[in-house]
Write a protein that binds this ligand. Structure first.
Ligand code: SAM
Length: 238
């Protein structure tokens, strides 16, 4: 993706957080500009052309703001000819346990042209609604090991045959870069009003093994310029 498109996307996607206040807006700008996962979402073939999204541990809903901004630029012919059309959200359902994050997400996504629902709750006892794409970005390590396994099993059972789980996890075997990533995650949760979380990490190979045992076919997707030790995985039911 060109730098110019990236800049326009960051500006457009973060602007929707202005009503939520300076913290939400600055956080959105910084994360959307620096986190390579957002550019990776626009790679051809990673996501379906359109679909219902379930974003577990959605934070302030950056994923939906980003794809909404991409759809708006594309519809407004402000989109490079060489860049494939962006994936479109047909409905978005986000869940997070932090009230501040959900409030910011509700404000930012209030005028979407697709149905949105943002729930405050704990994904450990959340009944999973139907979805074509389920996302878990930097979330699983907040859950103890058995809760990670039971959530992934429930996701496997709920996905349609052509559905996909997109998850980003830390590589617990990556040493210092991994520890830095986890410090950043903990700080974000703390700054948004949560308590210091206890984290439960696994090496990337263990995540791949677990997903395979649960009946997923998994493909790792490289993220350009990823400084920290996170891996983006696409998992599809076998
Ligand atoms: C590092 S943030 C990532 C937010 C978002 N996925 C993103 O990429 O911008 C992790 C999020 O997971 C949420 N979370 C952690 N444990 C959770 C749980 N048991 N139920 C719901 N949300 C949870 C936190 O509140 C936090 O917003």
């Amino acid at each position: 993706m060109s730098e110019s498109l990236q800049r326009r996307l960051v500006r457009q996607a973060s602007a929707s957080y202005r009503p939520a206040g300076p913290w939400a807006w600055h956080f959105a700008r910084g994360k959307l500009a620096r986190d390579p996962v957002f550019a990776a979402l626009l790679r051809p073939g990673l996501l379906p052309a359109t679909g219902r999204y379930l974003d577990l541990g959605c934070g302030q809903g950056l994923l939906a703001s980003w794809l909404r901004a991409a759809a708006a630029l594309h519809a407004g012919h402000d989109w490079p000819a060489e860049q494939p059309a962006p994936p479109r959200i047909s409905a978005y359902h986000g869940l997070d346990m932090q009230a501040t994050a959900i409030r910011h997400a509700r404000q930012a996504l209030a005028d979407c042209d697709f149905p949105t629902r943002l729930d405050l709750g704990d994904l450990r006892d959340f009944a999973l609604p139907d979805a074509d794409v389920i996302t878990l970005f930097d979330v699983l390590h907040y859950l103890p090991g058995t809760a990670q396994e039971s959530l992934l099993q429930r996701i496997r059972d709920s996905l349609p045959p052509d559905g996909r789980l997109l998850l980003r996890v830390g590589d617990g075997a990556a040493g210092l870069p991994h520890h830095l990533s986890r410090v950043v995650d903990s700080l974000v949760v703390r700054l948004q009003g949560g308590t210091w979380p206890r984290l439960h990490c696994r090496p990337a190979t263990a995540w791949l093994g677990l997903l395979g045992e649960l009946g997923f076919r998994v493909e790792p997707f490289p993220m350009a310029g990823a400084g920290f030790a996170n891996v983006l995985l696409r998992a599809r039911p076998i």
